[in-house]
Write a protein that binds this ligand. Structure first.
Ligand SMILES: Cc1cc2nc3c(=O)[nH]c(=O)nc-3n(C[C@H](O)[C@H](O)[C@H](O)COP(=O)(O)OP(=O)(O)OC[C@H]3O[C@@H](n4cnc5c(N)ncnc54)[C@H](O)[C@@H]3O)c2cc1C
Length: 493
């Protein structure tokens, strides 16, 4: 039975259990770790959950919630409240590991219908109680926290149905609490794909995707979530707002855009109509390239996006450190291929790895791949076939599960992303790296993912030993500095 803080911050996925051998080697090499350092289990979080704060909502009001949703759907035990107090931001994980929960929700309610949500919001408005809608609780922007206590409205238990696939219009209508894999399996069986694959895909929901305005790994081809949403139904304290699934309209403001990215602050999204695309995995065209340096690789990426040849779906570029790290972790270091690339002038510490996948109609996918190869070649790339991209796709969600075992070993690790225009990309990349590397004993990797005609998204991942005893202030200080470095250099927050 789940009773500890650890069982809250762990997703429970078996990939979280231990670190890949290559990652252990990397940590040993970078931070002079020994095997004993991996046995220490820093801030392990295996204490039983106990909250000192009792629910503040008066019994008489709680009973009204119980009348609305049934007492089995109104939870006030410590574990339910604690497990809805945080998302998956690095700081959240630290708090849970320390067993520190300052402002848990007073109640967790799992409503069974829209009608119940309407009644809950009416009562909360009347009683001045804060409401936080939640899906998979994988937020990394602190969107599911309850600083004013109140109610965590968990939509995953009952509001998780796929309502309708319309194969004439190519759309699907779902309830918010449906998890990624459930939706994708259902669509694949009917010849469609949802096209939205955030790295948290396996543990996040459609409602969360929309409310957090995220991007999936194949967003370069399919678009971000705001490009996929056609219609929404939202219960707000002021009434219901419903948009229609028109392919496009000129009816003044686009109300969808108000709710997409609203992080649950404006109402509860209860139904979502998404565009869906044909699922044709057999036609997927894959390509992998090595470039001599970042300059030529990013220039090639830009030229591909602006050439009018169609877009790849997955388009990803690792910087020299991430490329070298991947070679090491996967055991290619010093292999024949490694030596061959070195001989050809693709030097370790300078070379960059690019992954490309194009989906859709067979002739289209092949044509786009051919054109991409031509542009990449012009920029001095070396084509290394389909396999590296295929292998990457097989483990596309796995690195998310490394965070917990790394933290167990006392390693602070996080990924932060920013969006930037092409003309500023290398400047931002360089300066943010300088900031991140100004911390001693820090391994910084970056990559580009989600690429646009006008710019791209840069991801920075860092690993560094925690300052033990000062884990939180140390992290927050470094993180704030990182935000400043991004903003000062013209990146988005
Ligand atoms: C390891 C890891 C990798 C990640 N990778 C990605 C990635 O590649 N791309 C990406 O976009 N994000 C990523 N995320 C962030 C996160 O997974 C996404 O924001 C995701 O969309 C959240 O979905 P969720 O169901 O977990 O929502 P939650 O975390 O439960 O909620 C997210 C926000 O949406 C609100 N919300 C949830 N449901 C509703 C609703 N029905 N109505 C109104 N508001 C609602 C919540 O109040 C909160 O503000 C990652 C997170 C982790 C931990």
């Amino acid at each position: 039975m789940k009773t500890t803080y650890r069982s809250i911050f762990k997703w429970g996925d078996k990939r979280e259990e231990k670190l890949e051998k290559g990652v252990v080697e990397l940590v040993k090499e970078q931070f002079q770790y020994t095997d004993t350092d991996f046995d220490k289990k820093i801030l392990y979080g295996n204490k039983e959950v106990r909250l000192s704060q009792k629910p503040k909502i008066p019994v008489i009001v709680r009973q009204q919630f119980e009348t609305i949703s049934g007492s089995e759907n109104v939870l006030r035990d410590d574990y339910s409240r604690a497990s809805h107090a945080f998302g998956k931001f690095y700081g959240d994980l630290l708090y849970l590991r320390k067993g520190e929960i300052a402002t848990p929700p007073d109640l967790v309610i799992t409503p069974r219908s829209e009608k119940e949500i309407e009644q809950i919001l009416t009562l909360c408005k009347q009683e001045n109680i804060a409401v936080t809608p939640v899906g998979g609780l994988s937020s990394v922007t602190r969107g599911v926290e309850t600083p004013h206590g109140g109610i965590s409205l968990d939509l995953t238990k009952h509001l998780n149905k796929i309502l309708k696939v319309n194969d004439v219009n190519s759309t699907v209508r779902v309830e918010p609490g449906v998890y990624g894999p459930v939706l994708e399996k259902y669509l694949n069986e009917r010849g469609f794909t949802c096209g939205h694959f955030p790295q948290s895909f396996e543990y996040s929901t459609v409602g969360g995707w929309v409310a957090a305005r995220g991007a999936g790994q194949a967003s370069t081809g399919y678009g971000k979530i705001e490009d996929l949403v056609l219609a929404l139904r939202v219960i707000t304290p002021a009434g219901i707002i419903e948009t229609k699934d028109f392919p496009a309209t000129a009816e003044a403001w686009d109300l969808n855009k108000i709710f997409i990215g609203s992080e649950g602050t404006l109402g509860v999204i209860t139904s979502i109509t998404l565009k869906i695309r044909k699922y044709q995995p057999e036609n997927r065209a894959l390509a992998s390239f090595v470039f001599k340096d970042c300059q030529s690789a990013t220039q090639s990426m830009r030229k591909i996006m602006q050439a009018g040849i169609g877009f790849p779906h997955l388009f990803r570029l690792s910087d020299p450190v991430e490329t070298t790290t991947a070679f090491k972790i996967k055991g290619f270091d010093n292999s024949l291929s490694d030596k061959f690339l070195e001989m050809k002038g693709y030097r370790q510490g300078e070379r960059c790895l690019m992954f490309v996948s194009i989906e859709g109609n067979k002739a289209y996918a092949r044509l786009v791949k051919k054109k991409i190869k031509r542009i990449a070649r012009k920029h001095g790339s070396f084509f290394i076939g389909a396999k590296p991209t295929k292998d990457w796709l097989k483990q596309r969600y796995d690195s998310a599960y490394m965070r917990d075992p790394l933290m167990d070993a006392g390693i602070m690790t996080d990924t932060v992303e920013t969006s930037v225009t092409w003309d500023n990309l290398l400047n931002l990349w360089t300066n943010v790296r300088v900031y991140l590397e100004s911390r001693e004993r820090t391994h910084v990797m970056s990559h580009i993912s989600h690429v646009y005609e006008n710019g791209a998204n840069l991801y920075f991942t860092f690993l560094s030993p925690m300052k033990q005893g000062e884990e939180m202030p140390d992290y927050l200080d470094y993180h704030h500095g990182l935000m400043d470095a991004i903003l000062d250099n013209g990146g988005s927050l």
